[in-house]
Design a protein around this ligand. Structure first.
Ligand code: PMV
Length: 347
């Protein structure tokens, strides 16, 4: 029998209101909202070849990251595939060869788990369609892909949609659910927010000392957890209102509050830890000075690491890029912007 192949390209995303803390079943402790990126993507392909030994009930996979084997990633993927065996029992009947490559460097402050895990899940669902010889309706396909991606990495659930996405129950946004992400209706968003840019200043390219997994875990007994989850819910409502009204000032206040609160939560966890570097603060200070001086509505956000995402509307691209390259001449900078979501590649 011929091998079955499928391949997807899926983007990373940057959270404006952060997901930080979860309940069993990879359900978020609060809703989050993100921009889906354009240039920072993972290309993933999966080839499934039926095994000769039907009696073999174990998973059999070969995983290559950027052309080379990677024990760490292979183990992560095997663990995930084992956890979804009930959903895809055919996984043990095939030998799978998986190839993945990113357009952005590792440890760049761009969430590679969001793009890679969503790309893998899109491939799995496409293969499932082929093996079962049935096609899901478009909306159902993407909702299932988001649901599956969530199980692999929470923030990956949002990468399946674009350009502006929510994940987690959110009053007033009917489609928003804890089990899968949902598109924010662009009719309720001022166009200035639909083509934002994200320039990422690489403050430190080293691997972070505390994983997101450990960070989420520390939220379980965090002294400020109730207040945080309440505040994040409020910030989701406030940012949607600001985006509806084209209110850049409130948008900036909420986005920066969310970034700083995420890191404040890390610093006040038990045990406490700090992922920001002195240069992260330097960049923030310079950015605020630039905004004050020029009135250009530029702001920052930060994921679980030291690198700074600089967010601004597309119409200020020239001025902001010029400033970034002069002010941060000694740092690597990755320029990205809002994109249009995953695409299935030709087979
Ligand atoms: O999806 P995870 O488990 O890697 O967690 C992501 C957490 C943040 O990136 C810090 C915030 C977010 O909402 O993306």
């Amino acid at each position: 029998m011929e091998a079955l192949t499928t391949s997807w390209c899926s983007p990373s995303n940057i959270a404006l209101v952060k997901y930080w803390g979860k309940f069993p079943g990879q359900l978020p402790a609060n809703p989050s909202i993100s921009f889906t990126l354009k240039e920072s993507v993972t290309f993933f392909d999966v080839t499934a070849k039926i095994k000769n030994h039907d009696a073999d009930k174990n998973l059999s996979i070969d995983f290559f990251f950027e052309g080379a084997t990677s024990t760490k990633f292979q183990e992560k993927i095997e663990k995930f595939l084992l956890s979804v065996l009930d959903r895809f029992p055919w996984l043990v009947k095939y030998h799978l060869t998986l190839n993945s490559k990113n357009t952005f460097p590792h440890s760049s402050g761009i969430a590679s788990s969001a793009s890679s895990m969503s790309a893998l899940c899109l491939c799995l669902l496409s293969l499932d369609e082929k093996i079962q010889a049935k096609e899901l309706a478009h909306d159902s396909f993407f909702q299932q892909a988001s649901n599956l991606s969530r199980l692999a990495s929470g923030s990956a659930s949002r990468s399946v949609y674009a350009p502006i996405v929510s994940w987690g129950e959110l009053s007033g946004v009917l489609a928003s659910d804890n089990e899968h992400a949902a598109l924010i209706d662009l009719k309720s968003i001022n166009p200035i927010f639909t083509n934002f840019c994200d320039s990422i200043i690489i403050v430190d390219a080293g691997t972070k000392s505390v994983s997101s997994r450990a960070g989420h875990k520390l939220m379980e007994n965090h002294p400020f957890k109730d207040e945080r989850f309440k505040r994040a819910r409020l910030n989701c409502q406030k940012i949607l209102q600001a985006m509806k009204e084209g209110d850049l000032k409130s948008f900036i206040e909420i986005v920066e509050e969310e970034a700083l609160m995420l890191h404040a939560l890390m610093m006040t966890s038990e045990p406490s830890y700090i992922l920001l570097k002195p240069n992260s603060l330097l960049v923030i200070e310079k950015l605020r000075e630039f905004r004050q001086k020029t009135n250009i509505p530029v702001c920052f956000t930060i994921d679980a690491g030291p690198n700074i995402h600089v967010l601004y509307p597309e119409k200020y691209k020239m001025e902001v890029k010029d400033w970034l390259h002069i002010e941060f001449v000694n740092f690597a900078i990755i320029h990205d912007e809002i994109g249009s979501g995953p695409i299935q590649l030709k087979e």
